[in-house]
Design a protein around this ligand. Structure first.
Ligand SMILES: [Zn+2]
Length: 375
């Protein structure tokens, strides 16, 4: 399966200046490619594809108007343009809001990819990264790279440099487990399992809000958009956001790892995060980052050979394990069923229902379920 390993890079000053230059160059190639497509369409209704554009690269480099050090990198930039246009056409076809591809700002164009390992970029035995044109860059290899490296991406994030290796590696199955659980994600606690265990919500974003406000004001006070002082203030704000992102990711990785290690079957609800995130609770929904969390469980489960099932969760908060309807509003946190007398917290019952549906499908109203290994 495909996996990605990310490491911090420590380029020297000339090296980081070189990398900045590469990003600028890649960005202008991106914008030029976009413009060519738009012009061709506007003037003669001709649509240009990746190959039309890639065929021009050689001549452009010979003319000296394209100074990106590695040829495959240029192709990758054109592939990115191709991808955005393909996604755009697909959205038009589906009848979604199309969202025409945009020009990219050089300040936000933050990565270049070497699509085949060894061509322009290689990890040396000395533990340094050899990058064409930049020389040997220091890497903090905090853990070994597992598997065979396929592509390398160099990234700039909040003024820091990182390298991501995309690798192809074997799955590492865990010993079989007959334990099963359902997961209900909620706002009060981050998630509740079918056995009633709660995973507390750390709310990193809410905790850091004071710091964001402070650094956001700092940026707003710097009126001159191009000043060094503003650039530095923006850097601070980016760092603050990156920090919260790291905290959240760290938490999610640890929790999803625990679940995958413990359970052989993990049932989750098929979430409509986009719908939820539009509402009043948007900040909390994004802060919890359920989509990313469920994604982590899904790929860790696949890697470990676990059974991961998404179920339709409609009505799980309004139904009892016995099949009776127990209507609740959002404010009702407790579930009490007059039909069978089950009394438990609302999220706990939902988690059990999700597990039940994973076992026997959604139309489960009158089916007797053994919940003994759940409780
Ligand atoms: Zn009941």
């Amino acid at each position: 399966m495909r996996a990605s390993f990310k490491y911090r890079l420590y380029p020297t000053k000339p090296q980081s200046q070189f990398l900045e230059g590469e990003l600028r160059e890649a960005c202008s190639l991106y914008n030029a490619a976009k413009q060519e497509r738009d012009d061709a369409w506007k003037t003669c209704h001709k649509s240009i594809n990746y190959y039309d554009q890639a065929n021009q690269l050689k001549a452009m480099r010979a003319d000296g108007c394209l100074t990106l050090a590695n040829f495959s990198c240029c192709q990758d930039v054109l592939r990115r343009v191709d991808k955005t246009y393909k996604a755009f056409y697909a959205r038009v076809k589906r009848g979604d809001k199309p969202g025409f591809p945009r020009y990219r700002s050089a300040r936000r164009y933050d990565s270049i990819t070497f699509p085949s390992y060894g061509d322009g970029c290689r990890l040396l035995d000395t533990g340094k990264l050899r990058v064409q044109g930049a020389g040997h860059i220091k890497v903090k290899l905090h853990r070994p790279v597992e598997g065979e490296i396929k592509t390398v991406t160099i990234k700039r994030q909040a003024g820091r440099w990182f390298v991501c290796f995309s690798v192809e590696r074997d799955t590492s199955p865990l010993p079989v487990s007959d334990r099963a659980t359902g997961i209900d994600v909620g706002l009060n606690s981050f998630a509740v399992l079918a056995d009633g265990t709660e995973i507390q919500n750390p709310r990193h974003y809410r905790k850091a809000e004071a710091r964001f406000r402070c650094s956001q004001r700092k940026v707003a006070r710097r009126k001159n958009k191009r000043s060094n002082r503003r650039r530095k203030a923006v850097r601070l704000l980016q760092r603050a956001h990156a920090h919260v992102g790291n905290q959240r990711r760290d938490f999610q990785h640890k929790e999803s790892r625990k679940l995958v290690n413990r359970y052989g079957l993990i049932a989750v609800e098929d979430l409509n995060v986009k719908g939820l995130a539009g509402g009043m609770l948007a900040k909390s929904v994004h802060d919890a980052g359920w989509a990313a969390f469920l994604n982590m469980i899904s790929y860790k489960a696949e890697d470990a050979g676990r059974d991961y099932r998404k179920v339709d969760a409609r009505g799980t908060s309004q139904e009892c394990l016995c099949g009776a309807r127990v209507p609740k509003t959002l404010a009702d946190r407790w579930h009490f069923c007059p039909a069978c007398g089950l009394s438990a917290s609302r999220d706990h019952v939902s988690a059990q229902l999700i597990l039940k549906r994973a076992w026997i499908g959604p139309s489960s109203a009158n089916v007797e379920v053994v919940v003994s290994c759940v409780a």
